[in-house]
Design a protein around this ligand. Structure first.
Ligand code: BEZ
Length: 210
């Protein structure tokens, strides 16, 4: 099954470095970032996990919980966690799923057999509080992901949900945003009393209110 944007993220039960959990129950009303790692004790994954742990305060500010997955057993995760703390200067502070039977990896299409039939690719799923998938991302095993970009997407999605705004190329928080085309000028004047700039009837820029 290919999971697409707007689908409900499949629920599952998992064994993790923070005990057993059921995904939807664990998420509660939070947003979630579920991301896979090809294998334990691998260099790129080690850096990704350390960096994501350092971002915990940024995730918390946005009401987001992070959860990783690797298709190795829990015992390996526990040993590897010590290496992550030692080399990245940051301990894991979110659950890492042990999925040695690849049940969750297969449920989420994280194994791409023509890339490798044993390792997962680097998948990311951003899930909103209604459990809908709002972003999917697939990177090859050899390329570490940019977790600052994942935070930026969450900022964009949360802005869209709050204010009927979309975000332009390379947008970052504080920049002007775009009034979505379904909002006509009359409604835009009410929604954005601070005013907006019309470059074309379909391209209207506004400074979002905080
Ligand atoms: C890594 O995490 O370093 C890695 C994993 C699989 C293939 C290549 C690199």
């Amino acid at each position: 099954m290919v999971l697409q944007l707007g689908d409900i993220a499949p629920d599952f039960e998992a064994e993790t470095t923070e005990g057993k959990l059921r995904f939807h129950e664990w998420l509660g009303q939070s947003w979630g970032v579920l991301f896979s790692h090809p294998k334990d004790y691998t260099p790129v994954c080690t850096t990704e996990l350390g960096y994501t742990a350092k971002l915990k305060p940024e995730f918390e500010k946005r009401g987001v919980k992070a959860i990783g997955l690797s298709v190795d057993p829990l015992q390996d995760h526990l040993g590897w966690s010590k290496d992550i703390a030692e080399t990245q200067g940051q301990s894991l502070n979110f659950p890492l799923i042990a999925d040695p039977e690849r049940k969750i990896a297969n449920l989420y299409g994280m194994i791409h057999p023509n890339a490798s039939d044993t390792l997962t690719v680097r998948s990311v799923f951003i899930v909103d509080p209604s459990k809908k998938i709002r972003l999917t991302l697939t990177y090859p095993a050899s390329t570490g992901r940019n977790f600052d970009e994942i935070l930026r997407v969450i900022d964009s999605l949360q802005l869209t949900d709050r204010q009927k705004l979309a975000t332009p190329v390379n947008w970052k928080p504080g920049d002007d945003a775009i009034i979505v085309p379904s909002v006509k000028d009359d409604e835009a004047k009410k929604l954005f009393p601070q005013g907006f700039k019309t470059l074309k009837p379909y391209l209207r820029l506004v400074r979002p209110s905080s």
